[in-house]
Design a protein around this ligand. Sequence first.
Ligand code: ZN
Length: 317
Amino acid sequence: MSGAGGDTGTVVGAIEAGGTKFVVAVGSGPGGRLLAREQFATGDDPAALLRRVIEWLAAAGEKHGPLAALGVASFGPVDLDPTSSTYGFITTTPKPGWADADILGPLRRAFPGLPIGFDTDVNGAALGERVWGAARGLEDFVYVTAGTGIGGGGMARGRLLHGLVHPEMGHIPMPVLDGDPFPGVCPYHGRCWEGLCSGPAIARRAGRPAETLEPDHPAWAITIRYLAHALATLTCVLSPRRIVLGGSVRKGGRLGEEAFFHRLRDHVRDVLAGYVASPALSAAGIAEFIVPPDLGDDAGVCGAIALAQHALRPPAV
Ligand code: ZN
């Protein structure tokens, strides 16, 4: 483990709050250091779901604990302003039952005095990759997931990216390539990054799911070019030392992950046109600049564990 505070041996609780399921766990890190885990369908009744989550965590804490902290990595948008009256709430989601849902309040009442780290799912995954995965030791990096939707988080100078609210990288505006008539699928913007490059966007463009498309299907080529524009934008704006690209789209379906990343890296270099001066963006260096995640399917729950550990030792990361 690095000096980032990843492996304390201390047992913490973790909640990966997703739009389709909540994964709950106790442990101290990935793999064998996850002592127990359970999952619950998200459904449309937040209060009822949180009661079940709290019961499970209390029982698991008695068996494996005691719990030193709790981490929550949540789908969003969420309110991350500790001075706000709705801190720890989901805010504007169209998901039935979840708009203005209080996630943090019931947990605080159930576990009084327990430190609770609360952040977006992507910042949680970013922190997990920083502690155990593909961004180990880096103070400036971006983590992006492209799947059902697109979201991004990361760190600048060793601090998780927050601000006005939290980054909404998936909704950055995009150029129109080659007169592309595809209107995009984002209900807010149409042709934002998520509207053009999410799994549903690829499926809508091609008329069938991304994983069924032949490797030379034109939908792959144009999607990868759009992805390259977005990653070039992030490179110019945030100057990350690495971009970790997770989610299902990057697996590339029948094209395969290796070919997908190879093409994506080439296009990012094309878009940047040699202007950003760093060996990381050279033909040889870019393979270490744009990378897949290390934590795989455990990224979300490991991110929540990392948020819990972060809450115990805020100056460490
Ligand atoms: Zn959008």
